[in-house]
Design a protein around this ligand. Structure first.
Ligand code: FES
Ligand code: FES
Length: 169
């Protein structure tokens, strides 16, 4: 079936199977490999992109369901004004190691910053409960996001106490 997708400001006319997943279209048809596949079951958040301004798990999202809404990926965010501050904070806090999870965290972050709804460390822990990281122990990520959102740091807390809700380990 013919599908018209707007991705990072560009229009793509594609012939896709009715059940084509957005993650496969982005990675395999459009060469946008920032969104990653991991769990493939809407648990880990590595595949997060925006449809409209809403984060979705692109591993479980049908491409044709994007409709007229623009799809935004990490490639688009990375090219946008203001991304330098975000990237610098992640680098400064060592908020990634392998980096596999990072695009998902950043695409979850983008609309939260736009809405200005991150006001506390607890907000960050709650909002990122759907993003898993197997390298950092989370504290560095939470620290970086707090800095970006203008939330005061919480020195002296251990990594488990800083993990997003439900992901303590
Ligand atoms: S790969 Fe999509 S949520 Fe894990
Ligand atoms: S930095 Fe490796 S999974 Fe998060």
């Amino acid at each position: 079936m013919g599908v018209r997708l707007k991705v990072n400001g560009a229009i793509h006319e594609l012939e896709l199977a009715h059940n084509a997943l957005l993650l496969d279209v982005l990675r395999d048809r459009l060469g946008l490999t920032g969104a990653k596949r991991s769990c493939d079951m809407q648990v880990c958040g590595t595949c997060t992109v925006l449809v409209g301004e809403e984060p979705v798990s692109s591993c479980c999202f049908l491409a044709h369901d994007a409709g007229d809404d623009e799809v935004q990926t990490i490639e688009g965010f990375a090219a946008a004004d203001g991304f330098a501050v975000v990237g610098a904070a992640f680098a400064e806090h060592n908020a990634f190691q392998c980096g596999y999870c990072t695009p998902g965290f950043l695409m979850t972050l983008k609309p939260l910053l736009a809405r200005g709804t991150l006001r506390s460390r607890e907000d960050v822990q709650r909002e990122f409960a759907g993003n898993l990281c197997r390298c950092t122990g989370y504290r560095a990520i939470v620290d970086a996001i707090c800095e970006i959102a203008g939330i005061a740091p919480a020195p002296g807390r251990d990594a488990a106490a800083s993990a997003p809700t439900g992901q303590q380990r």
